[in-house]
Design a protein around this ligand. Structure first.
Ligand SMILES: Cc1cc2nc3c(=O)[nH]c(=O)nc-3n(C[C@H](O)[C@H](O)[C@H](O)COP(=O)(O)OP(=O)(O)OC[C@H]3O[C@@H](n4cnc5c(N)ncnc54)[C@H](O)[C@@H]3O)c2cc1C
Length: 145
């Protein structure tokens, strides 16, 4: 509806710290606060991050299965926006940036289409998500590591 009516909209909450989340009273801010989760696949060494899941929750869930991901020090930072927007941590010199660990995503485009993004589907978008992901749609799930 926003797209059809040319109403500006932006995703917010991950953690909701970014001043760039604010678009003014004429627009719509999509609050992901009640949509969140993390699913760890120990066998495949991957994690699916959902909605507004915070960094600490992801760290703890991974540590429980002996895994690690290149999250930063901010426990209350949204894990998805951290990965989408770069993600520098104390381990960057050995792990790369957090964004380098994105393997796949489920994303809602501005026109309302739900699409899969991975190395075989919309592969160009996978590269785009790595570092500038907030510009291409609403990421509802991110698979990483
Ligand atoms: C206390 C603190 C510690 C930090 N530590 C680090 C650090 O160690 N390393 C580092 O690299 N950065 C760090 N940051 C910066 C942080 O990673 C980024 O500012 C991050 O983008 C903001 O996270 P947030 O959860 O507040 O995002 P939000 O403010 O919720 O969103 C940030 C941007 O991403 C967009 N966005 C949010 N969710 C989605 C989504 N699901 N799909 C598409 N777009 C979305 C928003 O529209 C907005 O433009 C820190 C920030 C804070 C406040």
């Amino acid at each position: 509806m926003c797209f059809e009516e040319s109403i500006p909209f932006v995703a917010r909450r991950g953690g909701g710290h970014s001043e760039w989340s604010t678009i003014g009273k004429e627009g719509v801010i999509i609050d992901l606060g009640r949509c969140k989760g993390v699913e760890v696949d120990g066998a495949n060494r991957t994690a699916v991050l959902k909605g507004s899941i915070l960094s600490k929750k992801v760290d703890v869930a991974l540590a429980d299965t002996g895994l690690f991901i290149a999250l930063g020090n901010g426990n209350i930072v949204g894990a998805i926006p951290y990965f989408l927007n770069g993600g520098a941590s104390i381990t960057t010199s050995i792990t790369g940036f957090g964004t380098d660990q994105i393997l796949a995503a489920r994303l809602i485009t501005a026109s309302g289409e739900l699409i899969e993004v991975n190395q075989t589907h919309n592969a160009d978008l996978l590269w785009a998500l790595r570092g500038s992901g907030r510009f291409f749609g609403l990421v509802i799930e991110l698979t990483a590591i």
